[in-house]
Design a protein around this ligand. Structure first.
Ligand SMILES: Cc1cc2nc3c(=O)[nH]c(=O)nc-3n(C[C@H](O)[C@H](O)[C@H](O)COP(=O)(O)OP(=O)(O)OC[C@H]3O[C@@H](n4cnc5c(N)ncnc54)[C@H](O)[C@@H]3O)c2cc1C
Length: 445
């Protein structure tokens, strides 16, 4: 057993053109546009450290960075490559607030807690930008987010949300767009009115993953890829993590595996957090003068199976909305995405799709993250429910701050009620498929 020592990524440039993630389907446009994506070694030793983190997405890497920056000896293990989970493959939309809206949170938790959760998310936005600036990596941030209503009957709620945010939550960056204004902003008259949030925007998620990993390594975190944890056990007050080629013994452990909990490291994860697959397609560049999203805002619509799309800095349309609730990758990803694009932008019926890929979104019953100390020293954070671009990163940081004794803000998330999914081990998955299919059907009426 030796103390974990800093390792360095392999510096040689690696062609990403044909790289296929072992855990997520399809080569993403992000892989082809992120520049050098360093490779980190697999663990081949038995090491000891203060903290071991399992999962190198936004959450795990951000916790590692905060800890390493403050002198903690930290090891990160990822079963694939950093960013192969949801963090390097998502829609890149930051949003505002939490996944559950303010009206719902206020009704459930009261004004003070709802406001504290809103403020937390505002701080998460700031933290994303400040961390990138501090460590000198690009995020490709583009401002603006539109949330158009796909049914007229939802317009009233959108207006109410704007009013509540403006007047009681002190957030003035959001306003209501009527149907015509929304059509101009979208370059499509598919939708009714909705909201425009100029206080948030969208980013290149893989560049952030790469930036976080580089920064953490520079601060002394020891990073391992292709090093799946196969077992986590508590032994004599320490936590022992086994992999096929080595082991790590630590005082604390963060399970940051989100929707990729295949190794069944702790039973609480599967009962509180479940994966669904979501798929994205990227078009060829549409040209600088394309009428699609002339302001380059991101869009997430009012459907239960949200359609989320955005125009990238190089004028592609990145479009997500096809979901799957089982384990198999559906065979119709490109066809389904093209159909959805064409419903909104009929002129793009024959547009070339250069990439199509997917990943696991981890959901919870209340669509709020599941953050817990599962056993003494063994923590988990996940289930960001399609809202992890800023919140997963921030949650990782908050857990690190708690461990460092610098802040107990994480308690706000730890205290959220996140019930188990119904159905027990045998019926949980079929019930999930049934419920989600039902809600997806409601989108059509
Ligand atoms: C297609 C898609 C679109 C999305 N769009 C958006 C969006 O627009 N806006 C938004 O806010 N959110 C979005 N999300 C959600 C967001 O990406 C996630 O909430 C966030 O990335 C979660 O980060 P994480 O670090 O918790 O998990 P992940 O990034 O999923 O990382 C988990 C990591 O754990 C590793 N792992 C799993 N098991 C083991 C093991 N046994 N040993 C070692 N490592 C292991 C995996 O390899 C993986 O790298 C989207 C997600 C998907 C899939």
């Amino acid at each position: 057993m030796s103390n974990a020592r800093a390792n360095t990524p392999k510096a040689e440039p690696v062609s990403e053109e044909t790289y296929q993630s072992p855990i997520s389907p399809g080569v993403s446009w992000y892989e082809n546009s992120c520049g050098d994506r360093p490779r980190y070694p697999a663990i081949d030793d038995n090491v000891s450290c203060d903290v071991v983190i399992i999962g190198g997405g936004f959450c795990g890497l951000s916790a590692a960075l905060e800890l390493a920056k403050n002198g903690t000896n930290v090891v990160v293990l990822d079963g694939a490559r950093f960013g192969d989970g949801a963090s390097g493959r998502n829609g890149g939309q930051m949003g505002s607030g939490q996944r559950a809206g303010v009206l719902e949170l206020e009704a459930d938790l009261g004004f003070d807690r709802a406001k504290a959760l809103w403020d937390m998310a505002e701080d998460a936005k700031r933290s994303l930008h400040e961390t990138a600036a501090e460590h000198g990596y690009e995020t490709d941030y583009l401002p603006g987010q539109l949330t158009p209503m796909h049914r007229k009957r939802y317009e009233a709620e959108a207006r109410e949300e704007v009013e509540v945010l403006n007047e009681r939550f002190g957030y003035s960056d959001i306003d209501y767009l009527d149907r015509d204004a929304m059509a101009s902003a979208l370059g499509s008259n598919h939708y009714f009115g909705g909201t425009r949030d100029s206080g948030t925007g969208h980013v290149h998620p893989m560049k952030i993953v790469i930036g976080l990993a580089r920064a953490a390594a520079k601060c002394g975190a020891v990073l391992y890829e292709n090093s799946a944890a196969t077992k986590v056990a508590l032994e004599s007050g320490r936590i022992v993590v086994k992999t096929a080629t080595g082991s790590v013994v630590a005082d604390k452990c963060l399970l940051a595996v989100n929707g990729y909990h295949a190794a069944k490291l702790h039973p609480a994860l599967d009962s509180h957090v479940m994966p669904i697959q979501s798929f994205i397609g990227a078009t060829a560049p549409l040209g600088h003068n394309s009428p699609v999203l002339p302001g380059k805002e991101a869009v997430d619509d009012s459907r239960f199976v949200v359609r989320y799309f955005r125009r990238t800095a190089d004028d592609r349309l990145l479009f997500g909305g096809r979901e799957a609730y089982g384990k198999a990758t559906p065979g119709d990803i490109e066809r389904a995405i093209r159909r959805q694009i064409t419903e909104i932008y009929p002129d793009l019926a024959d547009v070339e799709l250069t990439h199509a890929w997917g990943g696991n979104v981890a959901i919870t019953m209340p669509r709020m993250p599941y953050v817990r100390e599962l056993e003494p020293g063994l923590w988990t954070a996940g289930g960001f429910s399609g809202h992890g671009v800023m919140m997963a990163q921030y949650t990782g940081r908050l857990i690190a701050e708690q461990w460092l004794g610098n802040s107990d803000t994480i308690k706000l998330l730890q205290d959220l009620k996140v019930p188990t999914f119904p159905g027990g081990l045998a019926f949980r998955n079929p019930l999930k498929v049934l419920a989600l299919t039902w809600y997806a059907m409601l989108d059509r009426i």
